[in-house]
Design a protein around this ligand. Structure first.
Ligand SMILES: *Cc1c(COP(=O)(O)O)cnc(C)c1O
Length: 368
């Protein structure tokens, strides 16, 4: 019998995630599986929580990885914080904002949407006017909108919400590990990330953190959290000091996340963020030299996700196919209204290296 795993190719992952995984993280996955209540595993869990707090710049006790991808983190935030008929404001300027709206609506929230043109950021003054018009229980936004390559002004909106009882919920799936996140300074109450973007770890976990304010909202619910698996009142008892079994932690994935964070702190957060900026600049220069245009205006561009407009008359799918088949490089396509109109080039985590940018630019030059 043929084993398909023998023929997996070495593809340079330059799409919107997953990103390239360092060998040390693969090695971590293959370490011996411990019991999920083993004292040594608990030691690893505690050290992992501490690294997550450090990368998020938070003191929040409940700072843990959710078992599931980034979308499970999104679902966990909303399902724990939303009660039926809660007024929720979702700020939208891309696909992941729309996903938030869908998740909140399914939970019976009374959802208002504030939409900005895709490819442009949310404007704090407009958000402020909207927030002042209604008493929202939750305001949510995407930090790094992976579908368009736009960075949203998360800190500015956080300062607007300072002192209010509104819960501020932020998606940091793509920003986490690629740019600074200051959860406490920015007044963020609930956030979730993902492992396969700038943390350069295979997909499967979603780091999540809840502030005291978010925990109060959770513990003062009138109804049980409507999803058993993601119920943080139960999960907190496993990750907290009482260690009550809820579901079996994905042990080896937790090793991998530990190792990925370890590598980031070894390199130094400042150096990691600088590397993302430098390789982004290098890519943009090369893209413009090829006569291509970036979708997003310079001040709002993400360093880890570069949206490039597909030139008139070019078959975007054919280009991606040739990159994958001849050059062994994966890049991403546009989503939703941007399908067919952009390519999305990821420079996330371990992928963000000068030699990778050069390899892609040379391939694009040959194809175009
Ligand atoms: C990738 C992504 C998600 C979803 O994460 P999955 O791991 O695919 O479930 C959510 N939000 C943003 C901004 C993302 O980039």
């Amino acid at each position: 019998m043929k084993n398909l795993l023998d023929d997996i190719e070495d593809i340079l992952l330059m799409g919107p995630g997953p990103s390239c995984v360092p060998q040390k993280v693969y090695d971590a996955l293959s370490k011996k599986t411990l019991g999920h209540l083993d004292p040594y595993f608990i030691k690893i869990m505690d050290a992992l929580k501490e690294m997550l707090r450090n990368i998020l710049n938070t003191k929040n006790t409940l700072t843990i990885p959710i078992s599931g991808t980034g979308s499970a983190g999104m679902e966990a935030c909303f399902v724990n914080l939303v009660e039926p008929d809660d007024k929720v404001l979702v700020i939208i300027n891309g696909v992941f904002g729309v996903r938030m709206q869908d998740v909140a609506t399914r939970l019976g929230a009374d959802v208002d949407v504030l939409e900005f043109p895709w490819g442009t950021p949310a404007i704090p003054e407009v958000v402020e006017k909207k927030i002042k018009s209604t008493h929202y229980k939750i305001v949510s936004i995407i930090h790094a909108e992976t579908s368009t390559g736009v960075m949203n002004p998360v800190a500015e909106i956080g300062s607007i919400l300072n002192g209010s009882d509104t819960i501020y919920l932020v998606d940091v799936v793509t920003s986490l590990g690629g740019m600074e996140i200051r959860m406490d300074d920015w007044n963020i109450d609930a956030l979730y990330g993902g492992t396969q973007k700038c943390l350069s770890c295979p997909p499967g976990l979603s780091p999540l953190s809840f502030s005291d304010k978010a925990m109060e909202k959770l513990y003062s619910r009138k109804t049980k959290v409507p999803n058993w698996y993601l119920d943080l009142t139960l999960i907190a008892n496993y990750w907290g000091s009482n260690r009550v079994y809820h579901h079996t932690a994905p042990i080896n994935k937790i090793y991998a996340l530990y190792q990925a964070l370890f590598l980031i702190f070894e390199e130094g957060l400042e150096n990691v963020f600088k590397r993302h900026q430098e390789n982004h600049k290098y890519l943009v220069e090369g893209i413009e030299e090829l006569g291509l245009k970036m979708l997003v205006d310079e001040p709002y561009r993400l360093p880890m996700l570069n949206a490039v407009s597909v030139p008139e008359g070019v078959d975007e799918l054919a280009v991606r196919r040739r990159l994958r088949n001849e050059f062994k490089i994966e890049i991403g396509a546009g989503l939703g209204p941007l399908a067919g109109k952009i390519w999305r080039i990821g420079l996330m985590g371990h992928t963000s290296k000068k030699e990778n940018v050069t390899r892609l630019l040379n391939a694009l030059k040959a194809i175009l």
